[in-house]
Design a protein around this ligand. Structure first.
Ligand SMILES: Nc1ncnc2c1ncn2[C@@H]1O[C@H](COP(=O)(O)OP(=O)(O)OP(=O)(O)O)[C@@H](O)[C@H]1O
Length: 306
């Protein structure tokens, strides 16, 4: 659905994107992460056809949006400038955009959107009187009026209070589940990304440093595994065995529990080795890393290698 290959872009001779490559499948909610100035918005603008790449390609539906007016109608966008007018009511804002996009059955669709974003009862208020959260919801409503297949959101929850963040998050989840929309989100909010996205990319200094499904990243490398044995002597034996095993980092014992850090080996190998040694295992729990741990480790590693 979204494909970026060897994308390069610079401004005034300064390279901002350095051969970035990744793709997002239909129906996925993709979170694009990275420190300030990493190049996330630049990537999104290249995909939207608002910036011309210096090299490589950035396509949606296999096409360059800069050259395809027809396809642009299948794409929804909410950028920092939300395109809403303070001096119009919410309903009139939606009506204006619905006409612009040639939305069919305009009145019905506007009602549907107002209901979906929970602003039916404030539809006749001027947008200038809206709170930041209400305005953001209206911005999302505006971006999905024409029922796009792909939605691009740049920092959808920045500056919102926790309750408004949750409302926007729920809207995104509903769009993905009920409308099967593909969503591309630029965000600094790791908690939000962990909750709504199925896959992530981490950009640092114009290079893609990590890219995978969140669940895979959370299980990969450096994961902690907690093994509960039937009694402390078994745990002592398990600790001795695991400490001698290759691919295991620091290991520790507390009563009948042993905790190890995986450094190259996996849970099946641990269980096999312990069973061969005759250790009676009660429970094995793989503690997964949070997205924040993953992000910080990727960024620190990138900074170390820069
Ligand atoms: N039109 C432009 N002219 C000159 N430099 C630009 C332009 N647009 C972006 N840049 C520079 O490109 C770099 C990447 O910017 P970009 O906005 O893509 O980063 P970002 O990852 O979205 O950052 P943030 O998280 O702060 O929004 C920054 O150094 C920025 O100053």
């Amino acid at each position: 659905m979204i494909s970026i290959e060897h994308l390069q872009k610079g401004f005034k001779g300064r390279e901002v994107l350095r051969a970035v490559t990744f793709s997002v499948k239909k129906g996925e909610v993709f979170g694009f992460l990275g420190p300030n100035g990493a190049g996330k918005t630049t990537t999104m603008r290249c995909l939207l056809g608002l910036l011309r790449p210096d090299g490589g390609t950035a396509t949606v539906f296999g096409e360059d949006l800069a050259r395809s007016d027809g396809l642009r109608r299948k794409v929804g966008v909410l950028l920092e400038n939300d395109g809403l007018s303070d001096r119009l009511t919410a309903r009139d804002n939606l009506d204006y955009h619905a006409r612009l996009y040639g939305v069919q059955e305009r009145e019905r669709r506007i009602e549907e959107i107002l209901e979906f974003i929970g602003l039916s009862d404030r539809q006749n208020s001027l947008v200038g009187t809206y709170s930041t959260g209400m305005r953001r919801k209206l911005g999302i409503g505006r971006s999905i009026l024409h029922t796009p297949e792909v939605l691009f959101l740049d920092e959808p929850t920045s500056g919102l209070d926790p309750e408004a963040q949750r409302m926007v998050r729920d809207l995104i989840l509903e769009l993905s589940r009920e409308e099967e929309m593909t969503v591309f989100i630029n965000s600094h909010n790791l908690d939000e990304v962990q909750r709504v996205c199925s896959s992530v990319g981490i950009l640092h200094d114009g290079r893609l440093r990590a890219f995978d499904r969140i669940e895979r990243l959370r299980e990969d490398g450096g994961g902690r595994v907690r093994i509960v044995l039937t009694d402390p002597p078994s745990a002592e034996e398990a600790l001795r065995t695991l400490t001698a095993m290759p691919g295991i980092g620091p290991a520790d014992r507390d009563g009948e529990e042993v905790t190890v850090h995986l450094e190259g080996t996996g849970v099946p190998a641990i269980v096999r080795t312990l069973v061969e040694k005759g250790c009676a295992i009660e429970e094995v729990v793989q503690e997964r890393r949070s997205l924040e741990e993953i992000y910080l480790s990727v960024v620190r590693q990138a900074e170390g290698s820069a």
